[in-house]
Write a protein that binds this ligand. Structure first.
Ligand SMILES: NC(=O)c1ccc[n+]([C@@H]2O[C@H](COP(=O)([O-])OP(=O)(O)OC[C@H]3O[C@@H](n4cnc5c(N)ncnc54)[C@H](O)[C@@H]3O)[C@@H](O)[C@H]2O)c1
Ligand SMILES: [Fe+2]
Length: 392
């Protein structure tokens, strides 16, 4: 079987590279962008880093700044209404994963019509659509390099995975200087999201030599620099390494897949409004332990590359250190348990069965080294709840 590799046509990386937005648009003959972003990017002034060079070059950019964290189909529909009849020739997604994913979903819905749920996996959203330029401000979801967007179906309370070439950015400007202002909590959550992307891509049943190389590089960078970026927000070396690691982790899972952590994480986000990286973090140690024996050499390599285990540790010891290392990382980065986050035990119990169904339906668990049935997913949800009891 062949390996299919997809990635943006241009990825520009480096401090200050957002200023090259004009060059980038000109390379592709684009001149009528709609910038899709969130209100904080406007109020904090960060968006000026993108708008100023455009204005200086005489390019008028319209702005849609009504995106919300963990975007919904309703927000996407409002964005599509903003697009109509204006002659825009591209979308610039500027912000964390939420604005960029909103831009992707707007492009898909504007091109194909219907409802957002018409495009959820296993449908392939490969239709021709407006090109997307992604400018991430978190490190990060890696969405600047992926063919995915994640949108919540408001009526059904489901966080949908949408996949296809229409969601793959044409180009991305990956400028770590945009991440200096990310608060510590979001630095931790988005950093663990990146680490989860790389680890899941590496142990996935769909891993291949290309995704492996990207995943290993990402795990090394994130393992070395996440704690520093969290503790020292202005540390340029740590921010730069985290940004590169997040993008490489995106490339890795885009060309392999995510797995059980993401499958179980999306329902937690949809039902309890837990930020995406945080729900991953809550699940990561328990889900890693669950799959360990099924792909021990890979998990052990990951532990050594992240820095949790040494060259002298055999696979058994390294696998154990991986789980312990992920638990310690959660403690050091102040990851709350579901209870400490404010979820009521009765609500968790009441939703577990539906969450397990939704996790399975997303297809992600089938990529896990150990593929669970519904009961095992329920057990893992229960375990994640209980594992926090000692810490609360
Ligand atoms: N498409 C994909 O491949 C993919 C992969 C992983 C996650 N996601 C999705 O991405 C979304 C999460 O994105 P995210 O974790 O980047 O968070 P986000 O975009 O929701 O942003 C979180 C918060 O951080 C703020 N923020 C962002 N950048 C900042 C900066 N530079 N300075 C200060 N504050 C800043 C935002 O304003 C917001 O309040 C979720 O919906 C998730 O499902 C998508
Ligand atoms: Fe993710």
């Amino acid at each position: 079987m062949s390996i299919s590799i997809v990635s943006p046509r241009v990825l520009r990386l480096g401090g200050g590279c957002v200023a090259e937005i004009v060059d980038l648009l000109r390379q592709f003959g684009l001149s009528r962008p709609l910038v899709v972003t969130d209100p904080f990017m406007v109020s904090s002034g960060l968006l000026r880093r993108c708008l100023d060079p455009l204005e200086a070059a005489g390019i008028h950019a319209a702005v849609f700044s009504d995106t919300i964290p963990e975007p919904t189909d309703e927000v996407v529909e409002r964005g599509v209404a903003r697009l109509a009849g204006q002659g825009f020739d591209c979308l610039i997604g500027f912000g964390g994963g939420s604005p960029i994913d909103t831009a992707k979903a707007m492009a898909i819905l504007a091109a194909g019509g219907g409802r957002m749920r018409d495009y959820k996996v296993p449908v392939q959203a490969d239709l021709p659509a407006l090109p997307i330029i992604a400018v991430p401000t978190t490190a990060g979801t890696g969405t600047e390099a992926t063919r995915f967007t994640v949108i919540t179906d408001t009526e059904r309370g489901e966080k949908m995975l949408i996949a296809g070439l229409a969601a793959l950015p044409l180009a991305a400007l990956v400028d770590f200087e945009l991440t200096y202002s990310v608060p510590a909590r979001t630095t931790a959550d988005t950093g663990i999201d990146s680490l989860t992307h790389a680890l899941e891509a590496y142990v996935s049943r769909r891993a291949n030599p290309y995704s492996d190389a990207q995943a290993l590089a990402a795990m090394r960078l994130i393992g070395t620099h996440l704690r520093t970026a969290y503790a020292e927000p202005r540390n340029a070396a740590a921010r730069e390494a985290m940004m590169l690691g997040a993008t490489q982790a995106g490339i890795a899972f885009c060309n392999s897949s995510v797995a059980l952590v993401h499958g179980m994480s999306r329902p937690i986000g949809a039902h309890f409004h837990v930020p995406h990286g945080l729900s991953n973090a809550m699940l990561l140690p328990a889900v890693t332990r669950y799959g360990l024996a099924e792909a021990l050499p890979r998990y052990a390599t990951a532990a050594r590359v992240i820095g949790f285990a040494g060259a002298g540790d055999d696979d058994e010891a390294a696998g154990e250190k991986l789980v312990r290392g992920l638990e310690a990382l959660n403690r050091d980065l102040g990851v709350p348990t579901p209870a400490a986050f404010g979820i009521a035990p009765a609500d968790w119990d009441a939703r577990m069965s539906l969450m397990a169904d939704q996790a399975l339906a997303s297809g992600s668990p089938a990529n896990n080294p150990r593929v669970p049935v519904k009961d095992e997913i329920m057990t893992l949800y229960r375990e994640v709840w209980n594992s926090g009891r000692n810490r609360d």
